[in-house]
Write a protein that binds this ligand. Sequence first.
Ligand SMILES: *Cc1c(COP(=O)(O)O)cnc(C)c1O
Length: 237
Amino acid sequence: MSSIAQRLELIHQRIKAAAEIAGRLPSDIRLLAVSKTVPAALIRKAYAAGQHAFGENYAQEASDKIIALADLRPNLEWHFIGPLQSNKTKEVASLFDWVHSIDRPKIAQRLSAQRLNEPQLQPLQVCVQVNLSGETTKGGVAPHEVEELCDLVAQLPAICLRGLMTIPAPSANRVTQASACAQLRQCFTKIAAARLGRLGYDYFDTLSMGMSDDLEAAIAEGSTLVRIGTAIFGQRN
Ligand SMILES: *Cc1c(COP(=O)(O)O)cnc(C)c1O
């Protein structure tokens, strides 16, 4: 089996190739290594291989690892990408740099209020999660509710609205993958154009989409941040 460093290198090559085909700069696409279920020791190896941004789905599991890897701060960035319950927002507000899964006002308001109690930290960087497929098991706001939630998040004091995130319904079909990603891009472009220069939208620049199986389609459709787990760390149990 190949090493973490080799797998990371392969992902960077995939990002570069996809960016070139799309006429984009590889440096405009960030790589988030999704480390859910991955032990801290392996995350440390990925860090040693140059990967400094990690995504986690479960607050409890993440906080144990964030504490175990505290010596690597502040060169390590932690992104929360999983479903977020109200009783976990305090932990997330104090431990993470980013949250990609904002899907209702209450969660955003709690994160902001709790982040205000951590004045030594930068504002929490957040994306609003959009549920394009309408699957009820999945988090995210419906496309017609995105603008309203973005406007609310943009007003909150300890939060910086960065963009939109989606988890498309799994598909091996490149056309299906691309059409979901194109929908998110269109949603993003519409919001960004209508709110140009408006307070709270100064850093609205992130399209968080693309995972191990659809990163090429996501980059072709404008992704600025891909979230890759399996292709770096192997199959999860
Ligand atoms: C697990 C997960 C990923 C990574 O998916 P892979 O297919 O393993 O690359 C990306 N985004 C979210 C929100 C996830 O939960």
